[in-house]
Design a protein around this ligand. Structure first.
Ligand SMILES: [Zn+2]
Length: 163
């Protein structure tokens, strides 16, 4: 286990455009594993390398039972638009409404170095796009149309606990 400290906003590493991974090797796999351990420890559904202070184009997202590992992801296509609540491990206690496409198609490499394409919709598309934004130094507060009130955040937590 290698749980890293989550970098909190504001921090330079969070607003930088990350570098592409040139060679997928042991250090890339270690990074993916560290991201996973750190995400699980912090109850996240996704995390990007800059959030553990590594400025590389690598991020992961929880997709149901699976973990999507994205090395050098590119957005190939998006469709639709919806507004929904988002949070971010780098912004404790900040939740707000963000407009995102409802469909995304991406291309990325896995830890074996294989290039894959993946389509996702709704919540999963939102998570993927949030993490890819991190790799471009774009933070969700810059896209927020409205910040949730404390009462709304409490309701959000109440709903999660009922599930
Ligand atoms: Zn985030």
């Amino acid at each position: 286990m290698a749980i890293k400290e989550v970098v909190k906003n504001p921090a330079n590493v969070l607003s930088q455009v990350t570098k592409e991974v040139e060679v997928i090797d042991e250090s890339t796999i270690q990074l993916l594993d560290d991201l996973y351990d750190t995400m699980v420890e912090n109850d996240g559904v996704g995390i990007a390398a800059p959030q553990i202070n590594v400025s590389l184009r690598v991020a992961i997202v929880e997709l149901g039972e699976d973990i999507l590992e994205m090395i050098n992801p590119i957005v190939l296509e998006t469709r639709g638009e919806a507004e929904d609540v988002e949070g971010c491990l780098s912004f404790p206690d900040l939740f707000g409404m963000v407009k995102r496409p409802t469909y995304v198609k991406i291309e990325a490499s896995d830890r074996e170095g294989r290039v894959y394409e993946l389509e996702a919709e709704d919540f999963e598309a939102r998570c993927i796009l949030h993490e890819i934004d991190h790799l471009d130094g774009v933070l969700f507060d810059s896209k927020m149309t409205r910040v949730l009130t404390e009462e709304e955040i409490e309701e959000l937590y109440a709903d999660v606990e009922e599930e």
